[in-house]
Ligand binder design. Structure first.
Ligand code: FPP
Length: 247
C-alpha cells in the first residue's frame, strides 16, 4: 500500500516550506523544566525534520526561523543559551550537511551576531556551498521589515550613485536584494504552538504562501505531522489573485 509519504511525493512537493518553530518555552514549563530545556528539545526536533525532508522526502528548500531581531529582548541568559545552541548545532551538523548535500543559507544580519557564532555560520555556509539536495535556510537575527528596509537602502544608494535608474526599481529589484535571493518564495508557511501570526517573518516572500497553524509545540513536532500538513496543502487551491478555470 502506498504510504502517505509516497503519496505526497508523487502529488508534487511544495518547492519551499518555511517554519516558525514556536512553543519551546511552554513545552519546558509544562514539564517543570527551565525554558532552555525546551530550546534543547527544539533543536532535536529541527534536526529530525531536516534529516527527514532531505533524505526521505526530497524537499528542495526549507527555512527555519531560529532567532528574530526581537529575540534580543529576552533575558540575557536565554539569549546566550540560544546563541550557544545555534552555534553548536551548526558546528555539529556540518559534516552531515556536507555528506548529505545540505546547503546552508542564513537569512538575517550575520554581522550583528556574536563573533564566534558569526565565524561558525560563515564557515558552514562556505563548506556547504556545493550542496544541492536540500537548501536549508536558517533565519538568524532575522526581521522581515529590516530585510526590506535594507534592500531599499541599497537601491537608494545605487540610484544616488547613478548605477541604477529609477525605472528599474521594481519588485524584482527588491527581491534580488533580500537576504537569500536564490531561494524561491515559500509555498507554505507553518507555525507551531497555536499562535496565529507571522511575527515579521518573510513578509515579502510569503505574499502568496499558504499558511498552516498547528497547536503542536515545536519540540513535539514530528516528520509525520509535517507530511500530514503537506497532504492537507495539496487539497488547497492556489489562485494567485486570479480565478479557477470554470469559476
Ligand atoms: C520559540 O519558542 C523558539 C525560539 C525563539 C528559538 C527557536 C530555536 C530552536 C528551535 C532551537 C534551535 C534551532 C535550530 C535550527 C537548531 P519560544 O521560546 O518563543 O516558546 P514560547 O512561545 O512557548 O515561550
Amino acid at each position: 500500500m502506498e504510504t502517505l509519504v509516497e503519496r505526497v511525493i508523487s502529488a508534487g512537493l511544495p518547492r519551499h516550506v518555511a517554519l516558525i518553530m514556536d512553543g519551546n518555552g511552554r513545552w519546558a514549563t509544562a514539564r517543570g523544566l527551565p525554558r532552555t530545556a525546551g530550546h534543547q528539545a527544539g533543536a532535536r526536533a529541527a534536526e529530525r525534520l531536516i534529516r527527514f525532508v532531505g533524505d526521505r522526502l526530497g524537499l528542495r528548500h526549507m527555512t527555519l526561523y531560529a532567532f528574530s531581531t526581537e529575540n534580543w529582548t529576552r533575558p540575557e541568559a536565554e539569549v546566550d543559551y540560544l546563541m550557544d545552541l545555534l552555534e553548536q548545532f551548526v558546528d555539529e551538523k556540518l559534516e552531515e550537511f556536507v555528506t548529505s548535500g545540505v546547503r546552508l543559507h542564513v537569512a538575517g544580519d550575520v554581522d550583528g551576531l556574536p563573533a564566534s557564532v558569526r565565524k561558525t555560520v560563515r564557515r558552514a555556509i562556505e563548506k556547504t556551498e556545493s550542496g544541492d539536495r536540500l537548501h536549508l535556510t536558517i533565519a538568524l537575527n532575522y526581521g522581515s521589515r529590516q530585510e526590506i528596509a535594507r534592500a531599499c537602502r541599497e537601491i537608494a544608494i545605487q540610484v544616488a550613485q547613478g548605477t541604477l535608474s529609477v525605472s528599474d526599481v521594481d519588485e524584482e529589484a527588491i527581491a534580488r536584494r533580500l537576504y537569500v535571493a536564490q531561494v524561491p518564495d515559500p509555498d507554505l508557511v507553518i507555525r507551531t504552538s497555536g499562535t496565529v501570526r507571522l511575527s515579521n517573518f518573510l513578509l515579502w516572500q510569503a505574499a502568496y504562501a499558504e499558511l498552516h497553524f498547528t497547536e503542536t509545540l515545536w519540540p513535539d513536532f514530528t516528520p509525520a505531522e509535517f507530511v500530514k500538513i503537506i497532504a492537507e496543502y495539496h487539497t488547497r487551491v492556489r489562485r494567485y489573485g486570479g480565478i479557477e478555470e470554470g469559476e
